[in-house]
Ligand binder design. Structure first.
Ligand code: FMN
Length: 180
Protein backbone atom coordinates (compact mmCIF):
# COMPACT_ATOMS: atom_id res chain seq x y z
CA UNK A 1 0.00 0.00 0.00
CA UNK A 2 1.34 3.45 -0.85
CA UNK A 3 2.30 5.74 1.99
CA UNK A 4 0.24 8.81 2.65
CA UNK A 5 1.73 12.08 3.87
CA UNK A 6 -0.12 15.19 5.00
CA UNK A 7 1.87 18.42 4.70
CA UNK A 8 0.38 21.17 6.82
CA UNK A 9 1.78 24.65 6.49
CA UNK A 10 1.49 28.26 7.50
CA UNK A 11 2.76 30.72 4.92
CA UNK A 12 2.71 34.47 5.02
CA UNK A 13 4.14 35.26 1.60
CA UNK A 14 3.61 31.97 -0.24
CA UNK A 15 7.09 30.49 -0.07
CA UNK A 16 6.41 27.88 2.60
CA UNK A 17 3.29 26.92 0.66
CA UNK A 18 5.50 26.34 -2.38
CA UNK A 19 7.87 24.22 -0.30
CA UNK A 20 4.90 22.18 0.95
CA UNK A 21 3.81 21.55 -2.66
CA UNK A 22 7.32 20.50 -3.66
CA UNK A 23 7.41 18.05 -0.75
CA UNK A 24 4.04 16.64 -1.85
CA UNK A 25 5.22 16.35 -5.49
CA UNK A 26 8.27 14.45 -4.38
CA UNK A 27 6.23 12.03 -2.25
CA UNK A 28 3.99 11.42 -5.26
CA UNK A 29 6.99 10.95 -7.58
CA UNK A 30 8.27 8.29 -5.18
CA UNK A 31 4.98 6.41 -5.44
CA UNK A 32 3.31 7.74 -2.29
CA UNK A 33 0.28 9.93 -1.76
CA UNK A 34 0.47 13.43 -0.34
CA UNK A 35 -1.82 16.30 0.40
CA UNK A 36 -1.07 19.85 1.42
CA UNK A 37 -3.30 21.98 3.60
CA UNK A 38 -2.83 25.38 5.20
CA UNK A 39 -3.32 25.47 8.95
CA UNK A 40 -6.30 27.72 8.40
CA UNK A 41 -7.93 25.25 6.03
CA UNK A 42 -7.11 22.29 8.29
CA UNK A 43 -8.67 24.02 11.27
CA UNK A 44 -11.74 25.32 9.45
CA UNK A 45 -12.49 22.33 7.23
CA UNK A 46 -11.21 19.63 9.57
CA UNK A 47 -8.73 16.83 8.87
CA UNK A 48 -9.40 13.13 8.66
CA UNK A 49 -6.20 12.24 10.49
CA UNK A 50 -6.75 8.51 9.99
CA UNK A 51 -6.05 8.89 6.27
CA UNK A 52 -2.38 9.73 6.78
CA UNK A 53 0.63 7.66 7.76
CA UNK A 54 2.85 10.70 8.35
CA UNK A 55 2.03 14.30 9.22
CA UNK A 56 4.46 17.16 8.62
CA UNK A 57 3.96 20.79 9.58
CA UNK A 58 5.99 23.70 8.24
CA UNK A 59 6.13 27.38 9.15
CA UNK A 60 8.26 30.42 8.32
CA UNK A 61 10.23 32.30 10.93
CA UNK A 62 8.74 35.77 11.32
CA UNK A 63 10.52 38.26 13.55
CA UNK A 64 12.46 35.59 15.35
CA UNK A 65 9.42 33.50 16.13
CA UNK A 66 6.38 31.94 14.45
CA UNK A 67 2.92 33.23 13.71
CA UNK A 68 0.56 32.84 16.61
CA UNK A 69 -1.68 30.63 14.47
CA UNK A 70 1.10 28.03 14.44
CA UNK A 71 1.21 27.77 18.22
CA UNK A 72 -2.58 27.84 18.44
CA UNK A 73 -2.81 24.98 15.93
CA UNK A 74 -0.21 22.77 17.58
CA UNK A 75 -1.79 23.32 20.99
CA UNK A 76 -5.24 22.40 19.67
CA UNK A 77 -4.17 19.36 17.62
CA UNK A 78 -1.21 18.09 19.62
CA UNK A 79 -2.75 14.66 20.22
CA UNK A 80 -3.59 14.16 16.55
CA UNK A 81 -0.12 15.33 15.50
CA UNK A 82 1.53 12.91 17.91
CA UNK A 83 -0.50 9.84 16.97
CA UNK A 84 1.78 8.69 14.16
CA UNK A 85 5.15 9.67 12.73
CA UNK A 86 5.28 13.47 12.75
CA UNK A 87 7.67 16.14 11.58
CA UNK A 88 8.23 19.87 11.76
CA UNK A 89 10.17 22.06 9.31
CA UNK A 90 10.92 25.73 9.61
CA UNK A 91 11.74 28.20 6.85
CA UNK A 92 13.99 31.19 7.44
CA UNK A 93 16.52 33.33 5.66
CA UNK A 94 19.18 32.90 8.33
CA UNK A 95 19.20 29.22 7.32
CA UNK A 96 21.00 30.22 4.11
CA UNK A 97 24.37 29.54 5.78
CA UNK A 98 25.50 25.93 6.30
CA UNK A 99 25.93 26.19 10.08
CA UNK A 100 22.37 27.50 10.51
CA UNK A 101 20.82 24.83 8.29
CA UNK A 102 21.39 22.25 10.99
CA UNK A 103 18.78 21.61 13.66
CA UNK A 104 21.31 22.23 16.44
CA UNK A 105 22.67 25.40 14.82
CA UNK A 106 19.31 27.01 14.08
CA UNK A 107 18.14 28.87 17.16
CA UNK A 108 14.66 29.31 15.69
CA UNK A 109 14.29 25.54 15.78
CA UNK A 110 15.36 25.51 19.40
CA UNK A 111 12.84 28.26 20.04
CA UNK A 112 10.05 26.22 18.47
CA UNK A 113 10.92 23.23 20.63
CA UNK A 114 10.87 25.43 23.73
CA UNK A 115 7.53 27.09 22.97
CA UNK A 116 5.57 24.26 21.38
CA UNK A 117 3.63 21.77 23.49
CA UNK A 118 3.95 19.40 20.51
CA UNK A 119 7.44 17.92 20.38
CA UNK A 120 7.88 16.77 16.79
CA UNK A 121 9.84 13.58 16.29
CA UNK A 122 11.58 14.70 13.13
CA UNK A 123 13.01 18.17 12.45
CA UNK A 124 14.17 19.96 9.35
CA UNK A 125 15.57 23.44 8.69
CA UNK A 126 14.93 24.91 5.24
CA UNK A 127 16.31 28.17 3.84
CA UNK A 128 13.63 30.58 2.61
CA UNK A 129 13.42 33.59 0.39
CA UNK A 130 14.49 37.21 0.67
CA UNK A 131 11.97 39.33 -1.15
CA UNK A 132 12.41 42.93 -0.11
CA UNK A 133 10.19 44.47 -2.83
CA UNK A 134 7.18 42.45 -1.68
CA UNK A 135 7.57 43.41 1.97
CA UNK A 136 6.20 46.52 3.67
CA UNK A 137 8.68 49.28 4.43
CA UNK A 138 8.91 48.52 8.15
CA UNK A 139 9.34 44.81 7.44
CA UNK A 140 12.07 45.65 4.95
CA UNK A 141 13.76 47.76 7.57
CA UNK A 142 13.64 45.00 10.20
CA UNK A 143 14.85 42.28 7.87
CA UNK A 144 17.62 44.47 6.51
CA UNK A 145 18.77 44.85 10.10
CA UNK A 146 18.70 41.08 10.59
CA UNK A 147 20.60 40.68 7.32
CA UNK A 148 23.16 43.29 8.28
CA UNK A 149 23.70 41.49 11.55
CA UNK A 150 24.06 38.10 9.83
CA UNK A 151 26.06 39.41 6.83
CA UNK A 152 23.30 38.83 4.29
CA UNK A 153 22.00 41.05 1.47
CA UNK A 154 20.72 44.48 2.54
CA UNK A 155 20.01 46.02 -0.87
CA UNK A 156 16.24 46.73 -0.68
CA UNK A 157 15.71 45.59 -4.28
CA UNK A 158 17.05 42.08 -3.56
CA UNK A 159 15.01 38.99 -4.37
CA UNK A 160 16.89 35.76 -3.64
CA UNK A 161 15.46 32.29 -3.27
CA UNK A 162 17.82 30.44 -0.92
CA UNK A 163 15.82 27.22 -0.92
CA UNK A 164 17.67 24.11 -2.02
CA UNK A 165 14.83 22.55 -4.01
CA UNK A 166 16.58 19.22 -4.55
CA UNK A 167 17.05 18.96 -0.81
CA UNK A 168 13.33 19.73 -0.35
CA UNK A 169 12.50 16.89 -2.76
CA UNK A 170 14.81 14.62 -0.76
CA UNK A 171 13.00 15.68 2.40
CA UNK A 172 9.71 14.60 0.81
CA UNK A 173 11.15 11.13 0.20
CA UNK A 174 12.46 11.11 3.75
CA UNK A 175 8.99 11.93 5.12
CA UNK A 176 7.45 9.08 3.12
CA UNK A 177 10.09 6.76 4.58
CA UNK A 178 8.96 7.62 8.13
CA UNK A 179 5.69 5.74 7.57
CA UNK A 180 5.60 2.59 9.64
C1 FMN B 1 7.65 40.06 8.45
C2 FMN B 1 8.79 39.11 8.22
C3 FMN B 1 9.66 38.81 9.24
C4 FMN B 1 10.72 37.91 9.04
N1 FMN B 1 11.59 37.64 10.06
C5 FMN B 1 12.61 36.78 9.88
C6 FMN B 1 13.52 36.48 10.94
O1 FMN B 1 13.40 36.96 12.06
N2 FMN B 1 14.54 35.61 10.67
C7 FMN B 1 14.71 35.03 9.44
O2 FMN B 1 15.66 34.27 9.27
N3 FMN B 1 13.85 35.28 8.42
C8 FMN B 1 12.81 36.14 8.61
N4 FMN B 1 11.94 36.41 7.59
C9 FMN B 1 12.12 35.73 6.31
C10 FMN B 1 11.11 34.61 6.10
O3 FMN B 1 11.28 33.58 7.05
C11 FMN B 1 11.28 34.08 4.68
O4 FMN B 1 11.09 35.14 3.78
C12 FMN B 1 10.33 32.95 4.34
O5 FMN B 1 10.69 32.43 3.07
C13 FMN B 1 8.88 33.44 4.32
O6 FMN B 1 8.02 32.37 4.01
P1 FMN B 1 6.52 32.60 3.55
O7 FMN B 1 6.58 33.23 2.17
O8 FMN B 1 5.93 31.24 3.53
O9 FMN B 1 5.84 33.49 4.55
C14 FMN B 1 10.90 37.30 7.77
C15 FMN B 1 9.99 37.62 6.73
C16 FMN B 1 8.95 38.49 6.94
C17 FMN B 1 8.00 38.81 5.82
Amino acid sequence: MSKSVLVLYMSRGGHTARIARRIADSVAAAGGRAETMSLLEADKEGVDWTRYDVVALGAPVLYGTYDRSVFDFVAKYRTQLETGPNAFFNVSVVARTPEKTTVAGNRYMQKFLELSPWKPRDLKVIAGKVDYPSWRWHERLMIRLIMKYTHGPTDPTTVIDYTDWDDVAGYGRHLASLAT
